[in-house]
Design a protein around this ligand. Structure first.
Ligand code: DGY
Length: 328
C-alpha cells in the first residue's frame, strides 16, 4: 500500500483549499491558527514531506535539520525572505512562492497608500473623529499633488511595473525607477518609465514607492542618508518588506519634517511597530494588507497548493524560487 505524502498547512487558510489538498495528501492543518514558535513549527514538521507556509514561518538550517522528510515548502506569498535559501538548497528542500496572482491587487494597494499618504487621509480622519473640525480653512490638511508629479519606484518587478502603469497612464505622472537591472526598452515604454540612478531617484521623486525584495543587500536601503537626499516635500511608501527602511531613521525624519509623509504597510519586526511611528501624525500605517482581497488571497492559497500537488504528482513545482534541479 502506498502512503500519501504528509503535508502541514502552517496557518489557517481557506477551508476549500485545505479540502483540495486533502484529496491528494494526508493533511494536518493549523485550523486554530496557533502562532507556533520556531521549535513548535519544527516539531509539527518533523514527520512531514511538505508544508504550506506564509511569510511568517522561518525556514532555516535549524528547522531543516529537525525535518529529515521535508522536500518542499510552498509559501503563500510572493516574497520569500522567510526562506534561508542556501540552507534549503543544501538540505535539498525546494521553496516555491505565489507570483503574478497578486500583482494587480498589490499595485492597486500601493497606489491607494500613495494617495492616502499624499492627501493626508488618515490624519484628517483622526482629526474629524476627535471632534476637532470646527470650520473650513483654505489650507486645512493641504497635501501633495499626485497627478502630474514625479513618481519614483525602487524595485521594478511585476508589482513595480503595475504601479508605474497606474502612475504614468492613469495619473499623468512622470515615472522614474531604479532596479538592479534595467527593463527592456519595450517594457519601459509600456510602463511609461525612465531608468535613473538611485541618487537621481531619491533627489527627483515627489513620491517614492518601495517595491523591492528584502535581502541582506536591500536591508536599510532607505536610511538616514537616503532620507536626507529626498525632497522635504516628498512622500515615501513602503509596500515591500520591513527592514528595507530603517524605521527609527524614518520616524525621526517624519518628526523633523525632513520628508513630508510616509505610508507604510510593512515594518521592521512586524507585527511590532516602532513606537515613534505610532506617535508621528504624518504617516499612514496599515498591517501588511497589500494583497488582501479575498479573490487574490484565494488565488495565492490555490497556487501554493498547486505547487505542492505538481511537485508530488509531476515532480516539478509550478513556481519554484530556486533551481528546480534541487527537487528530491
Ligand atoms: C507577499 O506575498 O509577499 C505579501 O507581502 C504577503 O505576505
Amino acid at each position: 500500500m502506498t502512503t500519501q505524502p504528509r503535508i502541514l498547512v502552517a496557518r489557517r487558510i481557506f477551508p476549500e483549499v485545505v479540502q483540495r489538498l486533502a484529496q491528494h495528501f494526508e493533511v494536518q492543518a493549523n485550523d486554530a491558527d496557533l502562532a507556533w514558535t520556531p521549535a513548535e513549527l519544527a516539531a509539527q514538521l518533523a514527520d512531514k514531506d511538505g508544508a504550506l507556509t506564509t511569510g511568517s514561518q522561518r525556514i532555516d538550517a535549524a528547522l531543516l535539520a529537525a525535518c529529515p522528510r521535508l522536500k518542499i515548502v510552498a509559501n503563500m506569498a510572493v516574497g520569500y525572505n522567510n526562506f534561508d535559501l542556501p540552507a534549503m538548497t543544501a538540505a535539498g528542500v525546494l521553496g516555491s512562492n505565489t507570483p503574478d496572482v497578486l500583482t494587480e491587487t498589490t499595485a492597486d494597494f500601493g497606489f491607494a497608500l500613495l494617495m492616502a499618504t499624499a492627501r493626508r487621509m488618515t490624519e484628517s480622519e483622526h482629526f474629524l473623529r476627535a471632534g476637532l473640525w470646527q470650520s473650513w480653512s483654505y489650507d486645512m490638511f493641504a497635501g501633495a499633488e499626485v497627478h502630474g508629479s514625479t513618481l519614483g519606484i525602487l524595485g521594478m518587478g511585476r508589482i513595480g511595473q503595475g504601479i508605474a502603469r497606474r502612475g504614468a497612464h492613469g495619473f499623468g505622472m512622470r515615472v522614474i525607477y531604479h532596479n538592479r537591472s534595467r527593463l527592456a526598452p519595450e517594457l519601459e515604454a509600456q510602463c511609461g518609465a525612465q531608468y535613473v540612478s538611485k541618487d537621481e531617484l531619491l533627489a527627483q521623486a515627489d513620491h517614492l514607492m518601495l517595491v523591492l525584495p528584502y535581502s541582506a543587500q536591500s536591508h536599510h536601503a532607505i536610511g538616514a542618508a537616503e532620507l536626507a537626499r529626498m525632497k522635504p516635500s516628498a512622500t515615501l511608501v513602503n509596500i515591500a518588506r520591513g527592514g528595507i527602511v530603517d524605521d527609527a531613521a524614518l520616524a525621526q525624519a517624519l518628526r523633523q519634517r525632513r520628508i513630508a509623509a510616509a505610508g507604510l504597510d510593512v515594518f521592521e519586526g512586524e507585527p511590532a511597530v516602532h513606537p515613534e511611528l505610532l506617535q508621528v501624525p504624518n504617516v499612514v500605517l496599515t498591517p501588511h494588507i497589500a494583497s488582501a482581497t479575498l479573490p487574490t488571497r484565494l488565488a495565492m492559497a490555490n497556487l501554493a497548493a498547486d505547487n505542492l500537488i505538481a511537485f508530488f504528482e509531476q515532480g516539478r513545482a509550478l513556481t519554484p524560487v530556486h533551481a528546480p534541479t534541487l527537487q528530491k
